[in-house]
Design a binder for this molecule. Sequence first.
Ligand code: URP
Ligand code: ZN
Ligand code: ZN
Ligand code: ZN
Length: 463
Amino acid sequence: MMARTCLIRNAEVVTATDHYRADIYIKDGAIQAIGVDLSMAADRVIDATGLLALPGGIDAHTHFDMPFGGTTSSDDFLTGTRAAAFGGTTTIIDFAIQTRGHTAQEAFDTWLGKAEGKAVIDYGFHMILSEVTPHTLQEMQSMVDQGITSFKLFTAYPGVFMVDDGGIFQALQRAGEIGGLIAMHAENGSVIDVLVQQALARGQTAPKYHALTRPPEAEGEATHRVITLAKLAEAPLYIVHLSAFQALDEVTAARDRGQPVFAETCPQYLFLSYDNYEEPGFDGAKYVMSPPLRPKEHQEHLWRGLKTNDLQVVSTDHCPFCMKDQKILGQNNFAKIPNGAPGVETRMSLIYEGATKEGRLSLNRFVEITATAPAKLFGLFPKKGTIAVGSDADIVLFDPQGSTHWSAQTHHMRVDYNPYEGRTTPGAVRTVLSRGEVIIENEAFVGREGRGEFLKRATFKHP
Ligand code: URP
Ligand code: ZN
Ligand code: ZN
Ligand code: ZN
C-alpha cells in the first residue's frame, strides 16, 4: 500500500535560492510542512542524515518512442522515464510531432497514447510543428488550452521538419499573442544539405563528416536569424540544444539588449567534443546528433553561459539509437545514421560533477539549471522545480559522499552503449520520490508502470 504520509528527517535541503537542514513532511503527494524537528507521525519515515534533498530534476527535452531517420528511438515512455528516475529526474517534457498533412491534435493524441500506461514520472509535451498553415496556426490555441504551451520549429532537416522564415515568423507572432513559447532548433539546414552532398560526392562517408558538414557557423547564423524574427514578432524565444559559442554570442547579445531570449545546452556539449568522432571504426556514430559535438574550446563558453545566466537550462535531447541495429543504417553513409544520443539518466550526475568538482557553479545554480528554471520557463512552477510547501513532493535524496559508475552494462536506458562509458561521477542518487511516492530506493525501481501523469502546463511568463 502506498504511504499517504511521509516524513524525510534531517535532510540538507537545496533549492535554487536556499540551503538549510530540515525535515520535510509529505501528505497526499505534496509537501505540507518543512521545519526543524517536525513532530508529525507518518506512515513512512526516511532518515536523510548526510543526504541532500534536491528538487526532482526536470528534463525539458527528451524523445521517447520517436520515429526518426527510418527507425524509432530505442527508449519508450516506460524504459525512458524509469531511466530518468534512476538518474534523479522526476519530470520530462517530450516532443509530440505534427507531421505534414496531419493535425497537431492527432499528434497530441498519439503521444498521449505512447505515454499513458507506461510513464513512471510526470510528463508534458512540446508540439513540433513541421508546417505552418492556417490550420496549424489555429491549432496552437487549442494546444495551449490543453496544456501544450510550447512549440518546436526547425531551421534544419529540409524536407522533414524545416519551416521557412515566413512560417517561423507567423508561428512566433501567434505564440506571442496566446502565451506560447517557440523553441527553435537553429541550424542552417539548406547550407548543411549542400555541404553533406558535397562531402558524399567526395566519398567522405565516415561518421565524423556529420560534424564537419554541420559547422558552428551554421548554428550561429540560424540563431541570429530566429532571434531577429522573434524581435520582429515581439515574441519570447527559446533556443534548444545550443552547442556553439557562435550561437551563445547571439543569445548573449539579444539578452543584453533586453530581448526575452532563453536557451538550453546539454551535457554532451559540455563533456564531449569533436574528438569523439575520431574514435576507431564506426564508433563515431555513437555521437552523431544535431547539432554535432564541437571542438573542445566551445565547452568553456557554455560553462560561462551557465554561470552568467545567458544559458538558463540544461536538458538532454535524449534520443537513443542502438549501435547494433540502428546507427548501423549509416555504415556507408553518415547522412543515414539516425541522429541522437542517450543522456536522460546521466544528466544530473554530470552537471553535479561540473558544478562542484571544478567549482564552476554553486549547488543552488545546479538546482536552478536542472529543475527550477525549466519549471518556470515551461509553466510548471511552483508545482514542480522546487522544494516548498504546496509543491509536489518530487524529491531526490542525493549522497554527496557516494559515486556513480557509468556503463552500458549497468545503466537503465534501453540502448547498447553509453557515451560516458567507464566514467565515474561524484555523488549518488539514493532515493527518489515522485508526488510523495518512493519510486527508486536501494538502486531498484519500486514504482508502478503508468503511474506518471500528463502535466497540463501554464502559458509562458517571463521568469
Ligand atoms: O540529433 C538529435 N538532436 N536528434 C533529436 C532531434 C532533434 O533535433 O532534437
Ligand atoms: Zn491525419
Ligand atoms: Zn533539435
Ligand atoms: Zn531534440
